[in-house]
Design a protein around this ligand. Sequence first.
Ligand code: SAM
Length: 287
Amino acid sequence: MSMGSIHSANAAQADYWNGKGGRRWAEHQDRHDALLQPISDRLLLLADARPGEFVLDIGCGCGATTVELAARVAPEGEALGLDVSETMLRRARERLPDELPARFIHADATVYEPPPGEIDLVASRFGVMFFADPAQAFANLRTGMKPGGRLAFACWRAARENPWLIVPLRAAAAHAPLLPESGPEDPGPFAFADDGRVRRLLSEAGFVDIDLAAEDFDLDVALGEGVDAAVEIALNLGPASRMLEDQPENTRAAAAKAIRSALAAHAVGESVPLGAAVWFVTARNPQ
Ligand SMILES: C[S@@+](CC[C@H](N)C(=O)[O-])C[C@H]1O[C@@H](n2cnc3c(N)ncnc32)[C@H](O)[C@@H]1O
């Protein structure tokens, strides 16, 4: 087993998630999970984890979905959360209730050697779009799946369909240097926006019965706590936070002000509802 080994092509992502990116997620885990809960609920319904099953949670981060999956497969099943970020896995281990059958391992989905043919379900909430070679990663994960085993994950549709991420990013961009240009298939939050690409990758990896369901959410990016809370969340989650992470304090302050007025324009009482566009992807390992 190659626990802890990272494919060289994924090294930059691993550095990011072990560094500033991962630290922001770990520090603000409660709020991120509250914000993404409606998406988790839908994913868990689709994934349909059952008591006794062995489930792998890819890019589990701080473990929100691993914990929920473990509760569903308990007492005899097990949820295994896998991630390249020790920073986030530390948080996942801390928050795991003692009674739940879950473990976390530090590994890269591309080179991790799963126990052959044992996994009932491979699931992920936004943890599969960061691989340099996704077809290889999915093919690798499939070797661990039982015949007929299920794959279920959530990934973002196009950036323009996700104002909850783009409204703060545009506001920040008026004050900070743009993020480096990236192609539509480069690893990143929107790498799976193109449904044709996702179908192609999964089919190349040997999956069958591939289905993508588009669903739209109105996420309350303020969590009912007002516009200042929404600004705080935008500064710690998503591309605006990445754009501002290395900027001097005066740039961050100016950007935060601009983000505040952009978000305030969408406020409804203490909430700031903004659209989020998700693909729920399901597939099967052939029988
Ligand atoms: C957007 S975060 C999502 C975290 C978590 N699933 C959640 O919803 O809170 C993406 C996660 O994918 C992980 N990741 C990126 N590349 C990976 C790889 N090659 N193998 C395993 N995990 C990876 C990151 O470390 C990070 O935790």
